[in-house]
Design a protein around this ligand. Sequence first.
Ligand code: DUC
Ligand code: ZN
Ligand code: ZN
Ligand code: ZN
Length: 484
Amino acid sequence: MTTVIKNGTIVTHDLTYAADVLIDDGKIVEIGQNLTGDETLDATGCYVMPGGIDPHTHLEMPFMGTYSADDFESGTRAALAGGTTMVVDFALPSPGQGLLDALKMWDNKSTRAHCDYSFHMAVTWWGEQVFDEMETVVKDRGINTFKHFMAYKGALMVQDDEMYASFQRLSELGAIALVHAENGDVVADLSAKLLADGNTGPEGHAYSRPPQVEGEATNRAIMIADMAGVPLYVVHTSCEESHEAIRRARQQGKRVWGEPLIQHLTLDESEYFNADWDHAARRVMSPPFRNKRHQDSLWAGLQSGSLSVVATDHCAFTTAQKRTGVGDFTKIPNGTGGLEDRMPMLWTHGVATGRLTPNEFVAVTSTNIAKILNCYPRKGAVLVGADADLVVWDPQKEKTITADAQQSAIDYNVFEGQYVTGLPRYTLSRGRVMFADGEMRGQEGHGQFVKRAPKGEVNKALSSWKALTAPRPVERSGIPASGV
Ligand code: DUC
Ligand code: ZN
Ligand code: ZN
Ligand code: ZN
């Protein structure tokens, strides 16, 4: 059966033009005028864009004594309802657990996905087993991205020596390093002092993770990546201090990318201070929401290209789960949702306000991500031969976000009450209509794993720290005899 999307305007990262799109067997087979197919989707008044890719989710993740509440079923359903057709989730070995063993767990969790997905591998400890298994993860499993937590001391955090060893191994394998950049030692110290002084509420979380802890860790990770010869992707860049480090590195020719979240772009720290306990705790995530100075910096980064992509870090917990932190903010599970809202919120606050062009919107929600993570043009493209992961986007369609109408399994939404304009009319996953006119038509298990090969040429095109500093023996005379 063939499907044709008619009367729309195709918007890609680089082009805007009127054409129909013909789909067969999950792929785009023709783009042109007056195309016909067995099934017709009308895109009058709409943009036909590559489906969104969320490069950062935590679905059914064991974390802080519980599991994140959205699994691959509800999480990918939320994604599709918001125009996102692929998610990249983190396979997270517990310290001491092998990478391949952890991957088996994520393979099992993901069988119910409605849309396509991929994994990043987390490096939560270091040893010979991790070193060895990395090769299989890259070459056989098609995972080319490895995340390092510089925070969560005593749990997921890795030390600098472990990070440096891991980065060098990734360099050999042609893979990319990811970092959660916060100085975990400083966070632990600030948290203990805040608690000792009686600051036990959720606002303590924000005080314990100031922008400086993120800026310091980002700078450190960039320098370590440079010395190891590996490209670096900084997840959830939330502040000017971190953005500044990324800007400087890029300007020096380093392969460094920054990923702001839709939450940090649109919500600020007042959510912690002018609110009741539940409201504030529901918004506890790391890094925390910042003030307007930082938000302006993130928007400027998207506009100028110094920041490359927009993600969610979707890691949703119910109010009941959040309440395990009553009396001690360090026990509030860290994380917020956003999968369903990323694209409409970015359109509303980015495109409708004139900050971003529709083409830039496509770049930061989809194409740049596919290119960096190396699944372009299978994903992130409207091209003949690409997967028909598409969103028919209606810029006039509007709604007010409310938890009552969301796909996510949790009992609130951090964007509750926000008016958005720009929503999907249709979302297609490999040619199949999964969401149409406000209704889910998903199918559990439709989603497939997307392999991403290493992209060795980027590693080879890094700045030349090694060449510049390679040791060379100096020939000199006059070597003193040893001893006196
Ligand atoms: N930050 C969060 O808020 N949740 C999950 C992990 C993380 O780094
Ligand atoms: Zn993180
Ligand atoms: Zn409230
Ligand atoms: Zn995360």
